[in-house]
Design a protein around this ligand. Structure first.
Ligand code: BEZ
Length: 211
């Protein structure tokens, strides 16, 4: 079964490098990132997990818990994490699921048989506090993801959730945001005291509300 934006993120229990985890309990009331990579002891994955660990304060600032999935067993994960820490100058401080039976990979449709019959592709899901899927991306094994972009998307999702604004192409922190179509210009003027710039009736900007 394919998952779509807005679908409930399936819950699961899994063995991880931090013991058994119930996914929903692990997420608590915050946001979550669940991401897969093809296999342990592979080069691109080593850099991806290292980069995620290096950005752990940024994820924490946004109230995001990170959880990685790999279809390898726990003892292999534990050895590999030592290599990641050593080569990427970091400390991996988020759990890795030991998904040797592919339970989580199957639940989240992370195996794409025409790419690889056995390994997971690079899937990444952002899950909101309501446990609904807010975003997913899928990259091939040969392309490492941009985790600064993942943070940027989370910033956009959190702005939408908290302030009813959207973000334009290539938006960065501190730049103007867009009033969502569901809010009338009259209401927008009341809602956004920093001002509303109407370029077209359907294209209205306001300064980022939370800076
Ligand atoms: C990697 O994870 O490093 C990788 C996997 C498959 C192809 C290329 C790179």
């Amino acid at each position: 079964m394919g998952l779509h934006l807005g679908d409930p993120a399936p819950n699961f229990k899994a063995q991880t490098t931090a013991g058994e985890i119930d996914f929903y309990e692990y997420l608590g009331n915050g946001w979550g990132v669940l991401f897969s990579h093809p296999a342990d002891y592979t080069p691109v994955c080593t850099t991806e997990l290292g980069k995620t660990a290096l950005l752990s304060e940024e994820f924490a600032k946004r109230n995001v818990k990170v959880l990685a999935v790999s279809v390898d067993p726990l003892d292999k994960h534990e050895g590999w994490v030592k290599d990641i820490n050593e080569t990427q100058n970091t400390t991996v401080n988020f759990p890795l699921i030991a998904d040797a039976d592919r339970k989580v990979a199957t639940l989240y449709d992370m195996i794409h048989p025409n790419a690889s019959a056995t390994a997971t592709v690079r899937s990444l899901f952002v899950i909101g506090p309501d446990k609904l899927i807010k975003l997913f991306i899928t990259y091939p094994a040969s392309t490492g993801r941009n985790f600064v972009e993942v943070l940027r998307v989370i910033d956009s999702l959190q702005l939408t959730a908290n302030y009813s604004v959207a973000t334009p192409a290539d938006w960065k922190q501190g730049e103007d945001v867009i009033v969502v179509p569901a809010v009338s210009t009259e209401d927008a003027i009341k809602k956004f005291p920093k001002g509303v710039k109407v370029v077209k009736p359907y294209l209205r900007y306001t300064p980022q509300p939370n800076v």
